[in-house]
Design a binder for this molecule. Structure first.
Ligand code: NPW
Ligand code: ADP
Length: 283
């Protein structure tokens, strides 16, 4: 019988860290971001906004010019010069079919590196063969495509039990952490550790909320990566924490219709509540 961890507020706060008098921006974590494209520039803005709102020392945005301009308009604190980072976020707002060869080569280097990488959307095709510690964030259709690339059955399971089984199989086969998005988010580590996160609201089913999740997760990983080395097994609980924060930010952004940017803006209140000993699920 597979043990499934029901992820909660206490699990999440255990992975967060309040800045202290000893901190400076590099010790709090630096996230490198290569997201967005000519076709989907907004995804870059959403991910960068969410990363900043999650609480991080620095975000370096190193994507194309059009999204970079929009990112800087929204968040002038974003650094666009290359330099030291502790984690990468790639793929949101990109399409593998139109990705320039130079970008494929650059992403390939990151995926063969030592730093943890959050892989979303249009970079999921690069997962097979990658050796860096990875956490992938597919929705159901992206997960089915990824499984096909990995030589696994191209299934699109719908029941929770089947989604759990599929996510676990993908994680074990590729040696990566898998965050399978949905109303109930499933997180699986390559060693079999599995969690379900039930934190969201149906209002999250709106364009760009997955890009926001990528930014939250990137920031959580970079913050933790600034403290210690992370392997794929260590990335799975961080993914569950990010999904928990994201779901409760979605709830907090409501009660009514919400946009993806609303979700990013609601993240600080969730983190403050968690670090103050509160339980957003009790609201
Ligand atoms: N403002 C911006 O810049 C934004 C940019 N974005 C960027 O757009 C890019 C394309 O991402 P995408 O998810 O729209 O397209 P893609 O994976 O090709 O979908 C193909 C098929 O998959 C399904 N499907 C989709 N979602 C599902 C779900 N949650 N759960 C289950 N199934 C789902 C659905 O199939 P159906 O169910 O209709 O048969 C759909 O037809 C990507 O880079 C992303 O980051 C977006 O984030 C929006 C905001
Ligand atoms: N019905 C729902 N209930 C709760 N959360 C949902 C629901 N539908 C989608 N979500 C969440 O919203 C996000 C959508 O991500 P994604 O499908 O990648 O959208 P996009 O590509 O537009 O950013 C995921 O975090 C997912 O878990």
């Amino acid at each position: 019988m597979v043990e499934i961890h029901e992820w909660d507020a206490r699990d999440t706060v255990a992975l967060l860290r309040k800045p202290t008098a000893d901190d400076h921006k590099y010790s709090r974590g630096v996230l490198g971001v290569r997201t967005g494209s000519q076709e989907y520039p907004g995804a870059a803005v959403l991910g960068v906004e969410a990363a900043w709102r999650t609480g991080i020392g620095m975000v370096r945005y190193l994507g194309p010019e059009r999204p970079a301009d929009l990112v800087l308009q929204r968040r002038p604190e974003t650094v666009t010069a290359p330099g030291r980072v502790q984690a990468w976020l790639i793929g949101s707002g990109t399409d593998a079919a139109t990705r320039p060869a130079a970008e494929t080569a650059r992403l390939g280097e990151l995926l063969q590196g030592d730093l943890p990488v959050v892989v979303d959307a249009g970079a999921l095709d690069l997962v097979p063969g990658a050796t860096a510690p990875l956490v992938v964030t597919p929705h159901q259709s992206e997960h089915a495509r990824l499984r096909g690339l990995l030589g696994l059955d191209d299934v699109t399971p719908t029941s929770l039990a089947d989604r759990i089984e599929a996510a676990r199989e993908t994680a074990a086969a590729a040696g990566i952490a898998v965050l399978l998005k949905g109303a109930e988010t499933v997180v699986a580590a390559p060693d079999g550790w599995t969690a379900v996160v039930r934190a969201g609201t149906g209002w999250l089913a709106t364009a760009g909320t997955g890009d926001v999740l990528g930014g939250i997760l990137g920031a959580v990983v970079a913050a933790r990566g600034a403290q210690r080395d992370l392997d794929a097994a260590a990335l799975a609980p961080l993914a569950a924490a990010a999904a928990y924060i994201h779901g409760h930010a979605g709830r907090g952004a409501g009660p009514g219709p919400i946009t993806a940017l609303d979700v990013a803006e609601a993240v600080p209140a969730v983190i403050d509540e968690l670090l103050s000993g509160g339980d957003p699920a009790a609201r």
